[in-house]
Design a protein. Sequence first.
Length: 334
Amino acid sequence: MTAVRRLGVVMDPIGAISYAKDSTLAMLLAAQARGFALAYLEQRDLLLRDGVAFGRMRALTVRADPASWFTLGEPAIEPLSALGCILMRKDPPFDTEYVYSTYILERAESEGVLIVNRPRGLRDMNEKVYTAWFPQCCAPTLITRDMGEMAGFLREQRKIVCKPLDGMGGRSVFVLGEDDLNARVVFETLTDYGQRFAIAQRYIPDIVESGDARVLLIDGEPVPYALARIPSAHDHRGNLAAGARGVGRPLNERDRWLAGEIGPALAAQGMLFVGLDVIGGFVTEINVTSPTGVRELDKQFGTRIGELLMTAIERRLSGAPRRAPASAAAAAGG
């Protein structure tokens, strides 16, 4: 008799997601279609006892129905090792509670559970700072607590984007020109008068017309299409949460080069689902916590990105090597 394959998910409350846009739901629908039995957890359901990771799990059934997309069973505490794979899809903020969750998940990983993405990578790869590991892919960037350094960087670059290292969804993102009288206030606010690190990057004007493109990587290989987030006429931020509109486009040669520089290195560290933010051919962020864009690309191009991820997960569970890059477009329906 074949054992039931079980896949868990740690996410924000499933009843509060946006059915039409939620990437995690697309992954769960694909997993269920592959025969995985689903187990649902929120961050509060994780616990450690004498070094063993447990979770208060509920059986989950998902449906492609905008009026009723899930059903949950009764909760029961089980060891996380009862699962073959766990999707860590808790949205930021990346705070101390998130870090504690990765420790619990890492204990499950030590017992043979595949965690997507790997807990150690989630801790190590700050989505803004980790671009420093790939400077050849990035525009000029400064990370500092020193307001004088930030002011000097602005004089040098003439126009910059400044943001906190722990922000998400376009929150507290500022664009400054060299004569902006608010520059000092922005530096004070972002660094808390020199007490916190912040990031400044050269402003890339391509964002106005071409947007902030999300390039999705699955086990190191790019999905054939990117989702360009075009800012509204009244905002500079290429974030869907800030009112940008998502327009899909095929990957270009530069996108593929960036993916080739970054994707294999992250896949080797257990990061199976990653989003690169690309503006004007430069990577501005490397998203490893809960990258989105799946539903929009599936809708616009008929891709099956959730199925691609499940294929990669099944390959990892079986111990098979990563697939050859040429198969990515065909598997995605491109």
